[in-house]
Design a protein around this ligand. Structure first.
Ligand code: GLU
Ligand code: MG
Length: 452
């Protein structure tokens, strides 16, 4: 039998290119339930997929986070092309026990055009409208809170050095992986919950803000997996545990990337446009809650006194408000770095839906020239109902069902989504509600923990 001599073995570089090392490139997209789904091709075949991607039956958009599919208008034949956006290609080759983690995010296209139900397309259109009408775009950065389980992690004092060092081999990998993914890694830290951690990344402009969030989340999951942990981004791991938020820091920037959010002479040092933008977000927050906190468990997280947010309100450094403004301690930095934080979102929402809804709401504020809401210097829950009403502070919905009803009743918010997207989105969300109608909160939290 002829044996190939060692010398005949192709060099490592070409073995990699041919996929002989088993490397697969994942074509990744996120859906209505905020999960990253994928199809893979051998690395050697990726180039052939650049132009037209891979087909995907559109009925897949009706998937809940579980095995169930919501009622939908799609049959077995219609397909979108999940088409890779090459600027998002990410390859992390730091593990000895697995081939490189290699993927690219996709647009969902039909005949070369964005499909009406593509969440990335939803954000792109919102950004295009904002730019056309105001000359501005947004720079955005997500914070990623998650819970680690596995490896018999013990109870650990929150925020402690021990909480970091007990998982040091994981955070070392995670840091290397996120630096390789080029997502602007800023902090790696312990959070308040037992075995809860947080990663924050720097801002990216336009669609890249959401791309970066999807990439960071999947890299965190992978780094955890490789070390025998599981990272769960579920909004509420158990009914009584600390929640995981996905807060978004954002600023308005012009076409040259110059920050247009700050004006020292204006209330709360917000530029006029940023005041209108903020007002739009606060005005429509209850009505678009179903797009940014979109699962039944999201409403176990939202509520007063958890720093997650229970009211549509604005405040400077107010962690109980929908929008918290974040001035820098160094006032000289404010012109450049001044940003606002949207607090209600969680990771059961696709980052594209979150930023798309944020941009749409802010744009409504700009169109209607809405005035800046009251600047709350207290926890909104500490006012009486009467005082809140006088300040124009509304309560956020208390369940996904209520949030969906508010969205449907709002002509403005309903109009942000193409009809097909709105109807199919609501159907998936109603299916999730129905699935847990008779479940205990504990059982529901467990399922979402396992899915996210
Ligand atoms: N974990 C909190 C939430 O659910 C946020 C805590 C914080 O301010 O970082 O949103
Ligand atoms: Mg946090």
């Amino acid at each position: 039998m002829a044996r190939r001599s060692k010398a005949a073995r192709p060099a490592k570089e070409s073995r990699l290119k041919s996929g002989a090392d088993g490397e697969t490139v994942l074509l990744v997209w996120t859906d209505y339930v905020g999960l990253a789904r994928c199809r893979g091709v051998p690395v050697s075949a990726f180039k052939d997929r650049h132009a037209h991607g891979l087909g995907w039956a559109v009925a897949g958009q009706a998937l809940t986070p579980f095995e169930d599919i919501a009622p939908n208008p799609w049959g077995p034949m219609t397909e979108v092309r999940q088409t890779p956006v090459l600027a998002t290609e990410t390859r992390i080759a730091i593990w000895d026990d697995a081939p490189a983690f290699h993927f690219a995010l996709c647009d969902s296209l039909i005949a070369g055009q964005s499909w009406d139900c593509c969440v990335r397309g939803f954000l792109k259109k919102a950004l295009a409208d904002l730019e056309r009408e105001s000359g501005l775009t947004i720079a955005a950065a997500f914070e990623h809170e998650f819970l680690l389980t596995g490896n018999d992690l013990p109870w650990i004092v929150p925020f402690s050095v021990e909480q970091m060092r007990v998982v040091a081999p994981f955070t070392a990998d995670l840091t290397r992986a996120l630096l390789a993914a080029d997502v602007g890694l800023e902090t790696v830290e312990p959070e308040y919950g037992v075995c809860q951690y947080e990663i924050s990344c720097g801002p990216a402009i336009g669609i890249a803000g959401a791309d970066r969030a999807v990439i960071a989340r999947e890299v965190i999951r992978e780094a955890a997996r490789r070390k025998g942990f599981r990272a769960s981004f579920t909004p509420k791991p158990t009914p009584s545990s600390v929640g995981n938020g996905a807060h978004v820091h954002f600023s308005l920037v012009d076409s040259k990337g110059v920050n247009r959010t700050f004006d020292a002479k204006e209330p709360a040092t917000l530029s006029r446009l940023a005041q209108h933008f903020t007002a739009g977000v606060v005005r429509y927050m209850p009505e678009f809650c179903a797009l940014v906190a979109p699962s039944p468990v999201s409403y176990l997280r939202l509520g007063p006194h958890h720093w997650s947010c229970g009211y549509a309100a604005f405040g400077i450094q107010n962690r109980e408000a929908t929008i918290r403004s974040c001035p820098s301690p160094d006032p000289k930095k404010n012109a450049k770095a001044f940003n606002l934080e949207l607090r209600p979102p969680d990771a059961t929402a696709s980052p594209y839906m979150v930023l798309g809804a944020l941009v749409r709401a802010g744009l409504e504020g700009i169109r209607q020239k809405l005035p800046l809401p009251a600047i709350l210097d207290r926890d909104p829950a500490d006012y009486s109902d009467k005082e809140r009403a006088k300040l124009g502070v509304r309560t956020l919905p208390s369940s996904l069902g209520e949030a969906l009803d508010l969205m449907r009743k709002s002509e403005v918010v309903s109009s942000w989504l193409p009809d097909l997207m709105r109807e199919s989105y609501v159907a998936v969300k109603r299916k999730e509600i129905e699935m847990f109608a008779d479940a205990t909160p504990e059982a529901m939290c467990k399922r979402y923990h396992d899915a996210y």
